[in-house]
Design a protein around this ligand. Structure first.
Ligand code: SF4
Ligand code: FES
Length: 252
């Protein structure tokens, strides 16, 4: 197989106050075996050699588990394939001569730091507001198997816990809503007995923090579920709504 020539159109933006614009980067010699991020590495090597500013983009594990990679590729979060992250996208999915638009996540709650890097600190603050269980670890441990959990609940909790916090759901949503992320984080505990003692506070506090972070409202469009690399189900949003309503009523 020959190597590909591509016409990359990449968003460049020097900080959140800069207006930003798309710049053209024609690249030759792209191997179909490269990952999308490796292709950007090669382009950046070239820019550095020419004395130009390399393109800033987020990445870490490069194996679909950390949630750092975050590119909007040809109008879709994590590119054209379903159920993978940008680091798992390979250049064989594109054709010689293709034009590829590469942009950052676009959401008010995720300001651009530089080029393709956005600040997803809002997710960390939501998580810190309630995405945990309080456990006494001072010589008071209970054996994990001492508490029976229904298999169906354990499986659903595990599916919810697969969320890697990438933010593709927010980027996919025309409202910029974070409901799929928050619902996954609430559900993974709501389904387990260990999560029930703090369930009310968790739902109230995480939703309160979500609202404080400039995320939009959910209007049941469903783009989040389609673009989520971890196949987090909309069922979790229904569960979050039930948890939140229950918590509000019991508070009153
Ligand atoms: S719900 Fe899916 S798209 Fe949203 S942050 Fe979690 S893994 Fe990413
Ligand atoms: S770099 Fe970790 S999920 Fe892509």
């Amino acid at each position: 197989m020959g190597n590909m020539k591509l016409n990359l159109k990449i968003w460049r933006q020097n900080g959140s106050n800069d207006k930003g614009s798309i710049k053209d980067y024609p690249v030759n010699d792209v191997s179909e075996d490269m990952s999308f991020l490796e292709m950007l590495d090669v382009l950046n090597d070239d820019l550095v050699r020419k004395g130009e500013d390399p393109i800033a983009f987020d990445h870490d594990c490069r194996e679909g588990i950390c949630g750092m990679c975050s590119l909007f590729i040809n109008g879709r979060p994590h590119g054209p394939e379903r159920h993978i992250t940008t680091c798992q996208l390979h250049m064989r999915k594109f054709k010689d001569g293709d034009t590829i638009y590469v942009e950052p996540w676009r959401a008010e709650a995720f300001p651009v730091v530089k080029d393709l890097v956005v600040d997803r600190g809002a997710f960390d603050r939501i998580q810190a507001a309630g995405g945990f269980v309080s456990v006494n670890t001072m010589g008071n441990l209970v054996d994990a198997n001492a508490m029976p959990v229904r298999k169906a609940d354990a499986d659903k909790a595990f599916d919810a816990a697969a969320c890697i916090g990438c933010g593709a759901c927010v980027a996919a949503c025309p409202n910029g809503s974070a409901m799929l992320f928050v619902s996954a984080k609430v559900s993974q505990y709501a389904l387990l007995p260990q999560g029930r003692p703090e369930a009310r506070e968790r739902a109230l506090n995480m939703v309160q923090q979500m609202d404080a972070e400039k995320f939009g409202n959910c209007s049941n469009i469903g783009a989040c579920e389609i673009e989520c690399p971890k196949d987090i189900s909309l069922e979790n949003i229904a569960r979050l709504n039930r948890e939140y309503l229950g918590a509000t009523l019991s508070r009153e």
